[in-house]
Design a protein around this ligand. Sequence first.
Ligand code: SAM
Length: 360
Amino acid sequence: RVKTKWASTRAKVPATYLALQHFDATYKNYFGELWPSVRIGMLSEQKYGALMNNFASNADVISTLQSQGCRDFIRDGERDTHKISDESEQNDHPSAEAARISSHIQCFVFPRGDITRFKPARPDSTGLLSYYLLDAASVLPVLALDIRPGHTVLDLCAGPGGKTLAILQGQAVRFLWANDLSGSRTARLQRTLQSYVPKELRSEDKLRVTSLDGRKWRNMEDLKFDRVLVDVPCTTDRHSLMEDENNIFKRSRTKERQTLPLLQIELLLAGLQATRPGGELLYSTCSLSQLQNECVVQQAVSLAQQEMDITVQAQDLSGFTRLFSDTFHFAPQPPLGELVLPHLCANFGPIYLCKLLRVS
Ligand code: SAM
């Protein structure tokens, strides 16, 4: 009789399954009756947006996308800015300022409920690609950062570069420092920049790319930026449910996953240190986890005050998210920051964003 060798032959539980078990246990309680629709969204094919490359000649590409029914969700939101400012003038309400958005960035999406896929982007006559495909909700942190002409910007965790590219599309930044700890992610970022941004805009005085541990910015006392993006490593919930490769829910990565909030707090504190007084920071994740979202922000804000004498104020983004509520499903009344919830009709996200003003 053959003896069953359980230890060596038993099929391993896939990391995607472990992720689903974990999310069912934690998110069900938090999201209550919203959870089933978020869950089915995350288990279904994600929807993309086409971030237009303003440095390429793309007029034909735009008209083709429009003829297919695509629309620029940012332009649509901008139209609403005017509606809101008219209303706020009448109501004496300051929401217009909160709702400022950069008009140079264009991101096309198919209408709600339409799951058509974009074709891969093609190069123009100079070799630059016409658009970059990404989760359209990941443009929101860049828009919310409200980069104004002449600003210096630090993108602390930049690889593979979707948000870095969106920052450059705004055409306002005077100097951008894009950093990522991982050598391979930094290399991808470099390749993205080469494929989308003309050489003259990639000179050292305009754009710097490094591969440093972002936590080191805590020691760089004299380097201050007008705007800082801290798009931290997280449980990447959608990826964790769909792909076994590089999955943070693998049993061998349990410790790494459990210590993520500590790393996130350290990166956020480093980002705050790098923000000039009066400047703003945007913290973002692609997770639904409260522990990686609100709790990290709360902890970092209180540690910044106690340990670094840095006073921070969370900014209200409700006027901003209202502009894009036709495109994205936002979580109703989150305690701190804003959260894009996946939904079958608008299957973007999850993306959490929280904007902080460094007061002193
Ligand atoms: N902002 C990127 C984009 O839009 O394409 C995505 C960033 S991803 C969510 C998080 C990144 O943080 C990963 O590329 C990872 O390599 C990087 N990272 C992890 N630990 C880091 C650290 N200590 N310092 C800087 N970057 C780090």
